[in-house]
Every structure is written in structure tokens, then in C-alpha cells.
Design a binder for this molecule. Sequence first.
Ligand SMILES: [Zn+2]
Length: 86
Amino acid sequence: MSDQPARTCSDCDGELQAIVVMDVGHQGAVGQLQYYSSGDKRSFWTGRFPTAGTVQAFLCQDCGLISLFGQPKPRVEQEVTEEPEE
Ligand SMILES: [Zn+2]
């Protein structure tokens, strides 16, 4: 993900720095913010929302504006491997 084009602030054209907006879950576990389409239903098989994606945040170095961009996950029809909980 290092070949992303540089983004600039929509407000002041300042330089944007990629940041991670934390989502604190069970027992203080920290994860990256995610999103899914309104009305989407959690998959019975995978326990995930088919339209889920991660939220990439950028902080303006000049004015502090945080811009959020959705990064859709590629649709996986059959997901057999589950990431282990840490
Ligand atoms: Zn700005």
C-alpha cells in the first residue's frame, strides 16, 4: 500500500498523513475502523458483512482535518481461513 497517490486536504490543500482511527473492542483490543453498507446483513456462514471494508483515515498536517476513505475488501465467496484472535 505504499504506491497510493498522495492525497491533499480538501479544505486547505495541506499534506495528509495516513493515520489509524482506533476502534476499541473486547478487553481493550484495538482494531482498525471498519464499515458496511446500511441494511447489509451479517453472513450466516462467515459472520461478516458482505459489504464490509476498512476505513483509512488521513490527518491534515496543516489544519487537522481528518478525511476518511473506505477501502472495500475483495469479495470472497468461500472464506475457509479465519484470522486467529490475538
Ligand atoms: Zn487541511
